[in-house]
Design a protein around this ligand. Sequence first.
Ligand code: GRF
Length: 208
Amino acid sequence: MSKSSNPFKLAVIVSGNGSNLQAILDAQKNGVLTSKTVVVISNKADAYALQRAKKAKIPTCVITSAQKTKTMFEQELIDTLSLYQPNLIVLAGFMKILSPHFVKHFAHQIINIHPSLLPSFKGLNAQQQALDAGVKIAGCTVHLVDEGCDTGPILIQKAVTVKKNETLESLTKKIHKIEHISLIHAIKLFENNKACVQTHKTLINKGL
Ligand code: GRF
């Protein structure tokens, strides 16, 4: 099937700046990715990522969790995603933890980008955790989302050296750069049907 008649569809879920979203949109625009972003969903109305999506003429949707139970919030997400029928859901700086119910609903269809070399430094402030631990190598991970927090099968990891005088700002900037490359790489695997989960923890990347 040609790219235009039946593109691989992405839904991107964000909460903030959206530099990873921008990397995806740029890669789609310049043909590095063949997929199409069909919707960008944010749980924050003021997320700059929404402006990036609008500039690229991608449909956007704001679904906040204010005055909703987690079940209600996630049902709205499921209903919206179902309208767009994405092949892959990319969590690109989405700052909420999804329930097992949501994850099961889209089993093996959700990926997340995290600013550490998992399984080290899960959760919030991963770069600061790495600095506090005094590691010499830091990095990022793209993984499939499972029922845990930052625990799913690992797809792509890239590392950076932590210099003696590294600050939170400089490390965050360095990691962002490799995140953008890693995320595109991971999406490419799905576009080319080269990612598959063989066991709960193992991901086989054919052709990497
Ligand atoms: C990234 O560091 C990502 O790893 C984490 O949130 C940050 C989002 O950055 N989950 P941006 O909004 O894509 O610029």
